[in-house]
Write a protein that binds this ligand. Structure first.
Ligand code: GRF
Length: 209
């Protein structure tokens, strides 16, 4: 399967997914990297690995030559993209893209949705909110993307214990470690078409025989 990954930052999840593809664990290829930050770590990694980089959306001051959402969809189709994977992409996905790729866009969030998500809850703020709440567990959530932030159908989660005296940074690091494992497993599953949609709309991952 052909994958497009969207990043805004360091891109550690993207690197793990790319690694999974190279090792054969994931039967897919990252054919395009999309970023709103043209010099971020994820974009640099893509360039040095021969993966084309597309900047979307462009910064406001350069917006005159930016792609429209419709043109972004056209580019993804030109690359025959099967799945779009958001991995630390901090912009809202245009509705045109959501509609063009139904059930084919995934996002990873660093807490157990539906708690601790939504607009404005990203990065370290998420982990601070988890610690402030007194929750005993956190962990990554991978979900399908709809028109809002963090509200699409949950596909996979994994639990990370909150330790007394955790700092947001320490918790973030342990959650990120789980994110890497979970995202690679889930991407392997979607590439092998091991997602089953229950009648009530809940997606389930079938384990490998
Ligand atoms: C991850 O914590 C992810 O859950 C969140 O942004 C972070 C991205 O990290 N959406 P990286 O760029 O993959 O290292």
């Amino acid at each position: 399967k052909k994958l497009a990954v969207f990043v805004s930052g360091g891109g550690s999840n993207f690197k793990k997914i790319h690694e999974g593809c190279s090792s054969g664990l994931v039967k897919g290829d990252v054919v395009l990297l999309v970023t709103n930050k043209k010099d971020c770590g994820g974009a640099e990694f893509a360039r040095s690995n021969g993966i084309p980089v597309l900047v979307f959306p462009k910064q406001q001051r350069e917006s005159s030559d930016g792609l429209s959402p419709k043109e972004l969809v056209d580019v993804l189709n030109r690359y025959s993209v099967d799945f779009v994977l958001l991995a630390g992409y901090l912009k809202l996905i245009p509705v045109e893209l959501v509609q063009a790729f139904p059930k084919r866009i995934l996002n990873i969030h660093p807490a157990l949705l539906p708690a601790f998500g939504g607009k404005g809850l990203y990065g370290m703020r998420v982990h601070k909110a988890v610690l402030a709440s007194g929750a005993r567990y956190s962990g990554p959530t991978i979900h399908f993307v709809d028109e809002e932030y963090d509200t699409g159908r949950i596909l996979a989660q994994s639990a990370v214990r909150v330790i007394a005296n955790d700092t947001p940074e320490e918790l973030a690091q342990r959650v990120l470690h789980e994110e890497h494992k979970l995202y690679v497993e889930v991407v392997a599953a979607i590439c092998e078409e091991r997602i089953q949609w229950r009648e009530d709309g809940v997606p389930l991952i079938q384990s490998k025989e």
